[in-house]
Design a protein around this ligand. Structure first.
Ligand code: HEM
Length: 226
């Protein structure tokens, strides 16, 4: 079972992701949306959305830094003061993301009409992901140290196409669910409203501050060429 979950599922996930991305952006490029219900709601949606997005982006930023810079993480965690500060900040961010997600989920109950089964499934998987992350962070000493000792070597072995299942096989159940569920979420990106994760940075980082499109012949500037 472990061999399948930690040695096969990650590759299946990446394959499903790539096929979905190609299909989505070739054939259905203009259907990518987060299907926002902002117009139907007010403050609750605002606070849920702001808490969720800022907290989870910071948490994922820390994940990436921890995965790609294991030496820096080990040095950062080497003093007890810094270790506590980093873990406390991570936990605060994790709990903020959890709160935001619960708010975003609850406010969908009266909006059942605009919420499909795939939306509920994504919400449930995200909830499981954040809850197991917070669980690992608060019960397994010390959570962030799992990156240089376990996560980075395991992910590295996957990248080298020689999965080291033994690295993760004996870990606590919460870590296992967290790792496998991450790959399930990754696979679902192109097929659900999570697709906006791929599009949003492109749109916001590279778009012009203002786009003016002339639909009629451009009026001449007074007194000469424009
Ligand atoms: C969809 C992708 C992922 C999401 C949304 C996610 C989310 C989270 C969240 C919200 C936390 C709690 C942060 C805290 O309270 O400190 C967390 C912690 C953690 N995650 Fe993830 N995670 C993802 C993928 C992964 C992957 C692929 C791994 C490693 C294989 C991983 C390993 C960990 C570990 C070790 C912790 C504990 C960190 C600590 O104690 O500070 N995560 N994750």
């Amino acid at each position: 079972m472990d061999a399948f979950l930690f040695g096969v599922v990650p590759y299946l996930s990446v394959a499903v992701l790539l096929v979905g991305l190609l299909r989505r952006f070739r054939a259905m490029r203009y259907t990518v949306t987060s299907a926002s219900s902002q117009l139907l709601e007010g403050r609750l949606q605002y606070w849920g959305s702001v808490s969720w997005h800022y907290a989870i982006l910071l948490v994922l930023g820390v994940h990436l830094a921890a995965i790609f810079l294991p030496g820096a993480v080990t040095r950062l965690l080497s003093g007890p003061g810094r270790l506590l500060a980093v873990e406390a900040t991570g936990l605060a961010l994790g709990l903020t993301a959890l709160w935001g997600l619960v708010v975003l989920g609850l406010r969908r109950v009266p909006l059942r009409g605009t919420t499909g089964w795939a939306d509920w499934a994504v919400l449930a998987l995200l909830l499981a992901q954040v809850a197991t992350g917070v669980w690992v962070a608060s019960t397994a000493r010390w959570g962030l140290a799992w990156f240089p000792h376990v996560a980075t070597p395991w992910l590295g072995s996957l990248a080298r196409l020689a999965p080291r299942v033994d690295l993760v096989a004996n870990l606590p159940w919460a870590f296992k669910v967290h790792a496998v569920n991450a790959f399930v979420l990754i696979a679902l990106v192109p097929y659900t409203r999570l697709a906006h994760v791929v599009v949003a940075p492109v749109e916001y980082l590279w778009r012009l501050p203002q786009v003016v499109i002339w639909r009629r012949p451009r009026p001449a500037a007074p007194g000469g060429t424009p």
